[in-house]
Design a protein around this ligand. Structure first.
Ligand SMILES: [Zn+2]
Length: 190
């Protein structure tokens, strides 16, 4: 089914990582993704890092931005921008522009409907238990070594029986960490 809103949005950050420009499609995309407060006026001049959840995610973003700036390379990273009823497959492209600025482009590749998933609903009631979700691919950590798609994690952890769900905290799964490190100048894992 064709998507009825822009599928590409661009923004730029200055040499200090402050958002200095957003494309006209920015606000439409923000509205369609449950973030109508992120207007052009609200985000210009603010730091990119205000919108990145999780220390590890910020660390990997910083590595990639540094690589883009110092080597002038372009980085492409798949990510998901899911909602409780949609899987949104996206791609982030990060490219250098003059004066230390960096251009970031989010591209919606495709959407898939999913049966409503309470775990991904920010308004669902939560208990104090924490569950880690990968900031990029939205897989859920179910054990030290295993990350699963949200639906599979719900089945594995029997969360459909839960009256109240665990809170989600953001991290990076092993596969996304490897991809991000591969797109940066980091010699090896931390
Ligand atoms: Zn991941």
């Amino acid at each position: 089914m064709p998507v009825a809103y822009p599928t590409t949005y661009d923004y730029r950050v200055d040499s200090e990582d402050r958002i200095c420009w957003v494309s006209p499609a920015w606000e439409d995309f923000a509205r369609q993704n449950g973030a109508p407060h992120l207007t052009e006026g609200a985000v210009l001049g603010t730091y990119l890092w205000d919108y990145v959840s999780g220390e590890e995610t910020r660390y990997l973003y910083r590595l990639m931005l540094a690589s883009v700036r110092t080597r002038g390379r372009t980085v492409t990273l798949p990510f998901r921008c899911d909602s409780p009823t949609l899987l949104r497959h996206m791609e982030l492209r990060i490219a250098a522009v003059p004066r230390g600025e960096v251009k970031l482009r989010g591209v919606l590749l495709r959407e898939e409907q999913r049966p409503y998933l309470a775990l991904l609903d920010p308004s669902a009631a939560r208990v104090d238990k924490l569950l880690t979700i990968c900031s990029w691919c939205k897989q859920i950590r179910v054990s030290d070594l295993e990350w699963l798609e949200p639906e599979d994690a719900v089945r594995r952890l029997k969360l459909f029986d839960a009256v109240r769900l665990p809170r989600l905290t953001h991290g990076i799964c092993t596969s996304c960490e490897a991809k991000a490190l591969g797109e940066s100048d980091a010699p090896n894992r931390r």
